[in-house]
Write a protein that binds this ligand. Structure first.
Ligand code: C2E
Ligand code: MG
Ligand code: MG
Ligand code: MG
Length: 279
């Protein structure tokens, strides 16, 4: 009987696997048409100066409207990363961010930075820099308005990363390490790389009040960023306590639900004008 039961389990297991790979294939197939069908859009989450409470940037986060639902990036970005689709998507994001920057500029909104997420897979593409450069040139956007967020995973190939970062630096792009502290960047490389910013991962901010280790890691990242002359952004701030604690540790910039969730461009514009009318 035990043997039979085991067999059933295996069968269930493989049905589950089959179902999952069917879903995957379906997502991959739909993803291929998502751009031409206009199914992607960006949401923007404000980044706030913790000292002056002014808006200094937004992070652009991709959304996929598909089959009546909005699919979050974690459900499709990993699938896109297994193919060249991630490159097409990454370029679409930069184009769309540039288009939005021009709209904000025409409406006389102050020139804040727009951060975009660049997948590690995309970052390792030798044509990435030249392609991004031509996108922003076509859009007539100053590269200093864009900050490219990469993860520590993109930094594994040291020589390649160095070359890419130097090229981006020469062209005037800003660069940031996202989810900092969750990977294993070597600190000696960090010192040599031409970077502008570190983003403290949300998991540390989450534990900053109750967890000694998270506090220690957060405060170490903040002082290290200071010593390396990098800006530091805390992501995932949800409470006043976290905000005060981070500000007390010397963190300059914050992002999180405490200030605002990611918003569509229209909602973001409303958010901006509400703030203006309050001050
Ligand atoms: P990320 O770049 O670290 O983005 C921050 C994520 O945290 C976003 O989730 C954001 O909505 C969420 N978040 C912000 N503040 C808070 C908070 O106070 N509390 C909580 N619980 N969450 C908060 P989202 O939009 O679902 O994106 C998840 C991840 O997907 C991103 O993490 C990024 O790695 C990836 N992603 C998003 N957009 C893109 C994109 O355009 N290209 C690529 N390659 N990856 C993207
Ligand atoms: Mg990010
Ligand atoms: Mg992040
Ligand atoms: Mg994160």
């Amino acid at each position: 009987r035990a043997k039979e039961k085991g067999k059933n389990n295996i069968q269930l297991f493989s049905e589950d696997m089959a179902e999952r790979s069917r879903k995957r294939l379906e997502i991959e197939r739909s993803l291929r048409h998502a751009i031409e069908r206009n199914e992607f859009f960006l949401e923007y989450q404000p980044q706030i100066d913790l000292g002056s409470h002014t808006l200094i940037g937004v992070e652009a986060l991709i959304r996929w409207r598909h089959g009546g639902k909005t699919i979050p990036p974690l459900d499709f970005i990993p699938i896109a990363e297994e193919t060249r689709l991630i490159i097409t998507i990454g370029e679409w994001v930069v184009k769309e961010a540039c288009r939005q920057i021009k709209v904000w500029d025409r409406n006389g909104l102050s020139p804040f930075t727009v951060s975009v997420n660049i997948s590690a897979r995309h970052f390792l593409d030798p044509n990435m820099v030249i392609r991004l450069h031509s996108i922003i040139q076509d859009a007539e956007v100053d590269p200093r308005r864009l900050c490219l967020e990469i993860t520590e995973g993109a930094m594994e190939d040291i020589d390649n990363t160095m070359t890419m970062l130097q090229e981006l630096e020469e062209l005037g792009f800003r660069t940031s390490i996202d989810d900092f502290g969750t990977g294993f960047s070597s600190l000696s490389h960090l010192k040599r790389f031409p970077l502008h910013e570190l983003k403290i991962d949300r998991s540390f901010v989450d534990g900053i009040i109750d967890d000694q280790d998270d506090r220690a890691i957060t405060s170490t990242i903040i002082s290290m960023a200071g010593n390396l002359e990098l800006s530091v952004v805390a992501e995932g701030i949800e409470t006043t306590e976290q905000l005060q604690e981070l500000h007390g540790m010397g963190c300059q910039i914050g992002q999180g639900y405490y200030f605002s969730k990611p918003l569509t461009a229209d909602r973001f514009n409303e958010w901006l004008s509400n703030r203006k009318s309050q001050t």
